[in-house]
Design a binder for this molecule. Structure first.
Ligand SMILES: *[C@@H]1O[C@H](CO)[C@@H](O)[C@H](O)[C@H]1NC(C)=O
Length: 277
């Protein structure tokens, strides 16, 4: 039903619209993409330190966990101060219906995921400039809450550029028609629209109390996406844009780490790549 090519910090996601398999029998994981974040340095019992407030699968407005902070060091992401190895499953919410989300999330958990990660698809959320859509398959808040209710963490990859074989990299078509615009570089019209959208998503998550320190599941978030792979093509403007994106994101004061992904020259306060912490 859904297959993702290796991309970003992720390896593979394959989801079958089939009944849940037995835990150990083939076919093994109908739905799992593994992303190793940091390394094992603590025993599994440390993982149990966070207490989940809302029970398994229950749809509610939270809080879902006792509030906790997220940080990182040179080896691993730290959840509530503890180094953790996190397995992350990529689930692109608009590729399924809200009715399907709970069982997809539950399958990820059964497959061993600690985290659900997804891009945020700008062209679905802002189909016309300034007109937002967060209903039905684009009900991002509902999706995050369902993940939380399952006791899993969330990695919000805002971008807003998305890989994932998604039309136009997730950019709204109207964006192209703004006079003088150039995507993903030091270009004022582009940066203004990007900042507006990223801010909108962050504010929405804060208002819904979905960050970890608010008792929510969001432990990590991403700004840009694998820009380091193409930055040199933009020359100095590319470097300036990357630095601007980092500072803009940090300025949103989200209280949890920002990740860039494949950004070896990321500013110090940003994780350039989770897999090489
Ligand atoms: C998280 O960090 C903030 C800022 O340092 C602090 O005020 C808060 O008490 C911390 N929360 C927890 C649960 O440790």
């Amino acid at each position: 039903y859904y297959l993702r090519t290796p991309c970003a910090s992720t390896l593979l996601l394959a989801m079958a619209a089939s009944p849940p398999p037995s835990r150990f029998g083939p076919p093994l994981l109908p739905l799992l993409l593994l992303l190793v974040v940091g390394y094992f340095t603590v025993s599994a019992s440390a993982a149990g330190e966070l207490s989940q407030v809302v029970g398994r699968g229950t749809e509610s407005d939270g809080p879902y966990f006792e509030p906790f902070n997220v940080s990182y060091d040179h080896r691993a992401v730290r959840i509530g101060g503890q180094r953790r190895m996190l397995v992350s499953a990529g689930v692109h919410y608009p590729r399924a219906t809200p009715e399907m989300w709970p069982s997809i999330i539950a399958k990820c958990k059964e497959g061993g995921a600690d985290v659900i990660e997804t891009y945020v698809f700008w062209n679905g959320h802002e189909p016309a400039k300034g007109q937002y859509y967060f209903e039905d398959r684009f009900d991002l808040v509902r999706f995050v809450k369902l993940v939380a209710a399952e006791g899993l963490f969330f990695f919000l990859r805002i971008g807003p550029y998305a890989c994932a074989e998604w039309n136009f990299g997730g950019f709204p078509v109207w964006l192209r028609d703004i006079p003088g615009i150039e995507f993903r570089t030091d270009n004022e019209p582009y940066k203004a629209e990007m900042e507006t959208f990223v801010t909108k998503i962050v504010d929405m998550m804060k208002a819904e109390k979905l960050y970890s320190w608010q008792g929510g599941p969001i432990i990590l978030q991403q700004i840009e996406n694998e820009y380091g792979n193409i930055q040199s093509k933009y020359g100095q403007a590319g470097k300036r844009y990357m630095q601007w994106a980092a500072q803009m994101a940090l300025g949103l004061d989200t209280g949890i780490p920002w990740v860039m992904c494949r950004q070896t020259d990321a500013p110090e306060q940003i994780v350039g790549d989770l897999t090489t912490l």
